[in-house]
Design a binder for this molecule. Sequence first.
Ligand SMILES: [Zn+2]
Length: 510
Amino acid sequence: MTFYRQYRPQKIEELDLVSARNAISAYIGKDFPQSVLFSGPRGTGKTSAARIVAKGLLCEKNNGVFSEPCNECETCRSITDGNFVDVVEIDAASHRGIDDIRSLRSEIMLSPLSAKRKIYIIDEVHMLTTEAANALLKTLEEPPAHVVFLLATTDPQKLPATVLSRLIKIPFHKATAQEVEGRIKKVAEKEGIEIDAGAISLIYSLSGGGFRDAVRILEEVSSGSKKITEEVVRQRSSLASDDLPTSLVDSLISSDASAAFEILNKIEVASVDIKNVISSCIGILHKKLVNGGGGRVLFVLDCFLSGQSTMWYAPYPAATLASIIAHAVSEVGSPTASKKIDGAESTVRPTTPIQKEEERVDTKTASVKVETETVVEAKVVESNIESKVVEDIPSVSSEDRVVDDALWQQVVNGIKGKNPTVEALLKASRPITVKKDSVEIGVFYEFHKDRLEHAPNKQALVDVICEAFGTSPKVSFVLDSSGRPPIAEFTLTSSDSPAIIKAAKDIFAN
Ligand SMILES: [Zn+2]
């Protein structure tokens, strides 16, 4: 049995996520609601919590009052083993149709076989088809008194509002470092593993804030060894072959574009949580700044902070990171087109607490060090050349977009691993038209467009598209002046000098 299954929490008090634990504890000794939705990211303990609640409701020692389960009575034990007749677990991802819900509805009307109540745990409930969700809604509107629904989802916004309104919501958020580290310590202790603080915190950063991944990594790195140090985690974890955020920051500070994009690929292959990588990078840069890092550190930090502030509505974290990288390496060391960064000219907008904190640091550090550093900001957007191009091309609004998402996904998947440059460029782009006979890709910068049009890159892309579509569509790139990412709103540098544009164009050149 894996560590994760073996050491799943079995009691309410053992739930690692403090907020969820408190929300569930609040019902101890009270009426537990009949229809509850556990929503939150994967691996945060929603299913474990649902099973614990089922036991708390049915435990023979609780006499029908919701409380901590004893985990010893026959009912508790068979729920733990997953074979108690009156606790039904359904994976909506594989039983998503109307027939499944219809048979569920007729079954629900029957009295429980063994316990006083019947509990339905429906996982990934957002995967139900619309008809099935509507059928479920009818059941939720008037559930028989003996039934309790415990629904779980990673995507609550995909549920119809009518269904949502019937449910008591218990949100599960991404675990904090303390919560995940607490779980790692508990499991290590039970396994007799000696683990140092550095190893624990590295496992946490690799886990992306999920308990399941954290415990899985612990299991992987501890096989055959009861003493785990940070170095051991680094060596043994496939994810931890090197410290990705640190390498990324280093490559950005030294403006090494190809290294940075290579790391981006590694990050994606390792399925590390990208939002976490961005937070880690900000942390690392913050530390460097406090320790006297120069204007280049400040510039890269600016790129991350601006990028992070768009994460709230950016549907593709990988695209955000690609865009941050593209901006961070777009600094060009041309003396004719340079701009000194100092506290007064800082482009950091104080929209988050961390930004405010950085600004304070920035002012302090700037006076010591930054004068000698020069930074050019890649406001290619408003250059003469681009303005001309933009005039020629009608601006693209979201209504003009005709994108077959499935086809686009095939393009994105097809280029993966084949050509890192094109892959990275695509991530920082936006499909405008994706049809069998025509593909139009919107990019936000002239240099970006130029790199995509560069013959070998364009050929690689065209090959992938032709193979995926089975047709030979016309492939073109346009400067997308609508919905430009906020990161582009850096202040303009001294001039629209063609030198800047040329230099920016060279960024992606090998
Ligand atoms: Zn019990």
